[in-house]
Design a binder for this molecule. Structure first.
Ligand code: HEM
Length: 522
């Protein structure tokens, strides 16, 4: 007997395959219909039964497109605030996605001993899909090792000139305003301070990174279209953090040489991050090999602690993105809050003038001196609280055994996003958390201050992934306002629409046109 007849299996498969060869189109349509039916049933089953105890926009339970739509709106920070207000401190925003504005829960998720890990969201912030950096690394062990290698550089321990470098850049920025941008009673020189502040922060980070600034302030332009490229790419790239399959495809496509050239920034590019990588690479070359230059900057610190040339290139590039944009947003939003609050503005100026008159501050002010100005400290704390510069979801993954939130089970593998703005509107700040009011930090009640501080510090993350750039960011903030306001009065040119601020997880802010005049001597 032929083998086929003996098994019966083959004849069954022949029967199944027959329509494929006889009527291929109909068979294909049938297969697609079956797949679609399976997908639809699975989508509805997940939508209805997975995370069913968490409330959220009704259609977000069936599709991730709700998150995409929200991110694309350019207003996601405020939409996420509204979502947690409406649906509770843990809300559902996707088939497998929650978002929380609960500070306790956030601390528990991010705590050093937590079993939560960075979710695939973090793959979307790799510069090269095949190489991780400290901000994107998901493996806890590898991340801890990188952090150990890099913290001394970021904390300034290995950079004795940290403060004098920041001074040099800020003094240069102020001098340029004095030379070219002062308005007078006769006329106005409109100064887009949003753009210029970012030139300053790019110059500061690059100067700290490899010993000299990129020269954005001097050129008064977005050199190499660096910022413009990020602004064009980020609105697209942010969808990679939601449609995770895009990351996998990108990673595969990047294996093909000619596609890699299009998709992945390369140090041979003439613009954008690739151009910056190219410049970094030139400097990096001088730091390796037999005649390697030894310098006490961030690059020198990373190399001395064991990072190789490729890792250093990635880390320097990511620090430029992580550090320049965030600090610029913090400076711009505080500046807007200050110039739109005459009471706060005059109290800060009074404090600065008093300190100058007493000889209590140098020129430029040192960080130690700034820390002794209580109202300035309150302004900085409140400014960061009222406008956290990073509002990306930064989703963490629930450990495989699952977790409990207020008596409700959260299954393992669920993504929990962090609502950066919502967290800072917590009732611990009183009944006016939406108001910029530095005085809330100047109360006597130590216990209350501590509770507020524990929520406010979440702006920089928490636990083993807490921001490494805090010393650099705080030093900038401690200096910039004193150096500006001890010399100048600043007003918005158009108080009806002082700026344009668009949120793509980080902020693109422009057209913040101000009129700067020299202050009359006190
Ligand atoms: C006001 C300014 C800043 C804010 C609000 C801020 C905020 C944050 C936040 C929220 C994270 C945590 C990310 C996560 O959840 O995993 C983070 C991480 C990080 N930030 Fe910042 N940042 C600021 C400035 C800077 C600066 C100036 C630098 C560098 C020059 C920097 C470098 C980093 C690095 C390297 C990490 C990764 C830390 C890790 O994964 O271990 N940041 N930052």
């Amino acid at each position: 007997m032929p083998k086929e007849q003996a098994t019966g299996e083959v004849s069954l498969s022949k029967t199944l395959l027959l329509p494929l060869s006889a009527r291929p189109i109909e068979a294909l349509v049938a297969i697609l219909c079956i797949l679609l039916a399976v997908y639809t049933i699975d989508t509805f089953r997940t939508g209805l039964f997975h995370l069913q105890h968490f409330r959220g926009p009704w259609w977000s339970r069936y599709t991730r497109l709700w998150i995409c739509k929200t991110l694309a709106s350019g207003n996601s920070a405020q939409i996420f605030v509204d979502i947690n207000k409406k649906y509770g401190p843990v809300a559902r925003i996707g088939p497998n996605n929650l978002i929380t504005d609960d500070p306790e829960f956030t601390r528990r998720i991010l705590a050093a001993r937590s079993h939560y890990t960075r979710g695939p969201w973090f793959d979307s912030i790799k510069i090269n899909p095949h190489i991780s950096n400290i901000v994107s690394e998901r493996h806890p062990g590898k991340h801890n090792h990188l952090r150990y290698q890099m913290s001394a550089g970021y904390a300034g321990k290995d950079i004795p000139d940290l403060e004098s470098t920041i001074d040099e850049r800020i003094v240069d920025f102020v001098r340029r305003i004095e030379q070219d941008w002062l308005s007078t009673v006769e006329g106005t020189k409109s100064f887009d301070i949003a753009r210029r502040i970012q030139y300053l922060t790019v110059d500061i980070i690059t100067h700290l990174s490899f010993g000299k600034p990129l020269g954005f302030v001097e050129a008064d332009t977005d050199k190499f279209n660096f910022l413009a490229t990020i602004e064009t790419q980020l609105p697209i790239v942010q969808h990679f953090s939601v449609i995770l399959e895009l990351n996998t495809w990108l990673s595969r496509a990047a294996n093909i040489k000619w596609l890699r050239k299009i998709l992945v920034p390369s140090h041979t590019d003439k613009t954008g991050i690739g151009m910056i990588m190219g410049l970094s690479q030139q400097v990096i070359k001088t730091r390796f090999g037999q005649h390697a230059e030894k310098k006490k900057d961030m690059l020198g610190s990373f190399i001395s602690r064991g990072l190789d040339a490729t890792e250093v290139e990635m880390e320097i590039s990511i620090s430029l993105v992580a550090g320049s944009d965030t600090t610029a947003t913090a400076m711009r939003s505080m500046l807007l809050s200050l110039i739109s609050n005459p009471r706060v503005y005059s109290r800060l100026i009074e404090e600065i003038d008093g300190a100058v008159a007493r000889g209590a501050i140098s020129s430029p002010i040192t960080e130690e001196e700034a820390k002794r100005l209580p109202y300035l400290q309150a302004v900085i704390k409140e400014g960061l609280r009222r406008f956290p510069p990073i509002t990306q979801l930064r989703e963490r993954m629930v450990p495989p055994e699952g977790d409990w939130y207020n008596g409700t089970f959260v299954p393992g593998g669920t993504f929990v996003g962090l609502n950066a703005w919502g967290l800072q509107l917590n009732s611990v700040f009183g009944d006016d958390p939406e108001v910029f009011r530095p005085e809330r930090w100047l109360i006597e009640d130590k216990e209350r201050l501590q509770k507020m501080g524990q929520v406010q510090e979440l702006i920089f993350g928490y636990g083993t992934t807490r921001c490494l750039g805090i010393p650099i960011a705080m030093m900038n903030l401690n200096k910039i306002f004193v150096e500006l306001f001890r010399r100048f009065d600043i007003q918005a040119v158009n108080p009806q629409k002082p700026w344009t601020s668009i949120c793509y997880g980080i902020f693109f802010q422009k057209d913040f046109n101000v009129r700067i005049t020299r202050r009359a001597p006190a």
